[in-house]
Design a protein around this ligand. Structure first.
Ligand SMILES: Nc1ncnc2c1ncn2[C@@H]1O[C@H](COP(=O)(O)OP(=O)(O)OP(=O)(O)O)[C@@H](O)[C@H]1O
Ligand SMILES: [Mg+2]
Length: 276
């Protein structure tokens, strides 16, 4: 991770996908834990403000959440929890379904909070909600890298396409990374990739790269039941091995060679974007 204009760069990766239940949260959690296990200073931000799940998957019971920071009730650092292998987590709370305009008082607090963390982090992973709401789009467009999680089924492919189309046509994003989840074989992942590219190539001028294939693996459900990260509980399981490979890939992505690589700018883009 390089230095940018004398500032320490942080890789900001949003995990999204359009359709619900395709495995976004499991990908975000296990990618984050794998990066932490590699020694990368990683922060996982739960940006699913409606149905927060990161804390549940990691067995964390937060007292305060991102929503309290947004409401100006506490500082970002106060809501940071410890996950496995040194991972830091900023949990969200369930039930904040409504979109709220970020009060400008929250802007300063968030910008200050994230800029304070900048030198302590290498990677920020963001788990987003299902769908294509303003909240999801705000977080994704503020990040540097977009991971689209999809399964090889028509509804997931259609929803992933709708999300990519929106991010491209309305927000100018043109590079996407695909993680094929719940695949039965490596061919299954390639089929999904081909099907998605068939539609994007016809209608959009964007690039998609297949960066991971996570097998369908019952260990994931077992880990969820025990509220522990798969990569911690079953490190030798097929899915855990695939998550480690994904983490190595993410770690090899170059940092944006501009101030985009600075967390402060991430949050400025976020609060400047629209609303969360
Ligand atoms: N590779 C996999 N193999 C087996 N089960 C999986 C796999 N990935 C995810 N699951 C299961 O699928 C379900 C949904 O996963 P997850 O909560 O990560 O999806 P999501 O996309 O975050 O959902 P939401 O849209 O509700 O936020 C969970 O029960 C999880 O255990
Ligand atoms: Mg989720």
């Amino acid at each position: 991770m390089g230095l940018i204009m004398g500032m320490h760069g942080v890789q900001v990766v949003a995990v999204t996908g359009g359709k619900g239940g395709v495995g976004k949260t499991n990908v975000a959690v296990n990618l984050s834990v794998s990066l932490a296990q590699m020694g990368r200073r990683t922060l996982l931000l739960d940006a699913d403000l409606g149905l927060a799940n990161v804390d549940i998957l990691l067995g964390i019971s937060p007292k305060e959440t991102l929503v309290d920071v947004i409401d100006g009730k506490c500082a970002l650092r106060d809501v940071m929890c410890n996950g496995p292998s040194g991972l830091k987590v900023i949990p969200a709370s369930s039930g904040t379904q409504k979109m709220v305009q970020l009060p400008s008082s929250a802007h300063a607090g968030l910008i200050h909070g994230f800029s304070e963390l900048n030198d302590e982090l290498d990677v920020l992973v963001i788990d987003t909600a299902a769908g294509i709401s303003d909240t999801v789009v705000s977080f994704v467009r503020a990040a540097q890298e977009t991971i689209i999680v999809a399964c090889n089924e028509p509804t997931s492919i259609t929803d992933a396409y709708a999300l990519i189309k929106l991010l491209n046509s309305e927000h100018g994003l043109f590079q996407f990374r695909l993680v094929a989840n719940m695949v039965r074989s490596s061919q299954d992942a390639k089929d999904l990739y081909t099907k998605l590219c068939n539609v994007t190539d016809r209608f959009l001028d964007i690039g998609i790269q297949l960066v991971g294939a996570i097998p369908y693996d019952e260990h994931i459900r077992k880990a969820v039941m025990r509220r522990k990260a798969l990569t911690e509980l079953y490190p030798q399981s097929p899915a855990a091995i695939a998550f480690k490979a994904l983490a190595q890939k993410v770690d090899s992505w170059p940092l944006a060679s501009s101030p985009r690589g600075h967390l402060e700018f991430f949050i400025e883009r976020l609060v400047g974007a629209t609303m969360i």
